[in-house]
Design a protein around this ligand. Structure first.
Ligand code: ZN
Length: 304
């Protein structure tokens, strides 16, 4: 019998986590970030690929998967990129009254952690994730957190997280040049932990307020100003994150962009500005890391 969202409180819990994590542009930009809630030993609700966290409701924007199978698959060696992505899609389960949805490309690492997982591209965590000094500073602020070196999203990142994952209990992962993942037994605990991590970094580094978002087609005035400061050439040649590789190409920097790309750019400029003020050394992706996304852009990789 298909899962009936009317008869379970998990969709409601998932939507609450998604709204809290997805309505702040300092935590998620565009289609970035995802949340998940596990039910028992096999089933997990996770944000659907191609949708935005803030739009997730108890009746749309998520997929149901067999995470037990995904977890076992990762433990036995997840395989290549396409193969692993196909496997995750093959683990989608039917949901009564919902159109079939493709699980997020990041479903793999959600499967490995405690009951509720909140993954964001927090600009505060990413200041630590994107500079040479970040690991040391982060360890001082969060002695028990895990710091995972950069891996492309997909099987490589899942394997790296699998080496340190606990399937129960709270855990905090800093993912280099990517984002933050917190896991907890419940939604409230996960949201509190997420907030505590962000607040601790904000206070610990005395970070300035995040600029107010401006819904814009074309570059927002704020982004145009910061782009003039850094220069388009610098931004194209120095890539800090998968989001930048995917959504901040020459066309976007010339102004052919919408709200999502403006959110990604505003986040990048905030991170670069904070690192400059704190005299931190940005650590950019290698050419090989960036080239990985060229094939993704034309292929199956849609907005997470
Ligand atoms: Zn991510």
């Amino acid at each position: 019998m298909p899962f009936d969202p009317e008869l379970d409180k998990a969709p409601e819990l998932l939507a609450r986590a998604a709204r809290a994590a997805g309505s702040r542009p300092d935590l998620t930009q565009g289609g970035g970030g995802n949340v998940s809630v596990k039910i028992g030993a096999e089933r997990m609700l996770v944000k659907a690929s191609g949708s935005q966290l803030k739009d997730l409701t108890p009746r749309s924007g998520w997929a149901l998967v067999n995470y037990g199978n995904i977890r076992r698959r990762i433990a036995s060696g997840p395989g290549g990129e396409d193969e692993f992505s196909d496997y995750i899609c093959s683990q989608a389960l039917p949901v009564k009254g919902l159109r079939p949805a493709r699980p997020s490309i990041e479903t793999g690492f959600h499967a490995l952690l405690s009951t509720v997982v909140i993954h964001t591209h927090s600009v505060y965590a990413n200041i630590l994730n994107m500079c040479e000094e970040g690991h040391r500073l982060g360890k001082e602020l969060f002695p028990s957190a895990e710091f995972v070196p950069y891996r492309s999203p997909g099987p490589q990142l899942c394997s790296a997280i699998n080496d340190r994952a606990r399937s129960s209990g709270p855990q905090v992962f800093f993912l280099a040049n990517h984002g933050l993942a917190v896991a907890h037994a419940g939604v409230d605990g996960a949201l509190e932990l997420n907030e505590k991590v962000n607040e601790t970094i904000r206070r610990g580094l005395s970070l300035p307020p995040y600029p107010a978002p401006a819904a814009a087609s074309g570059l927002s005035a704020h982004n145009a100003g910061r782009l003039a400061h850094y220069g388009a050439r610098f931004m194209l040649e120095h890539v800090l994150s998968p989001d930048q590789a995917l959504y901040c190409g020459p066309a976007e920097l010339e102004g052919r962009c919408g709200p999502a790309e403006n959110e990604v750019l505003a986040a990048l400029f905030y991170i670069l500005d904070c690192m400059a003020a704190l005299k931190l050394t940005p650590r950019f992706l290698t050419r090989a890391d960036v080239a990985y996304f060229d094939t993704m852009k034309s292929g199956r990789y849609s907005r997470k």
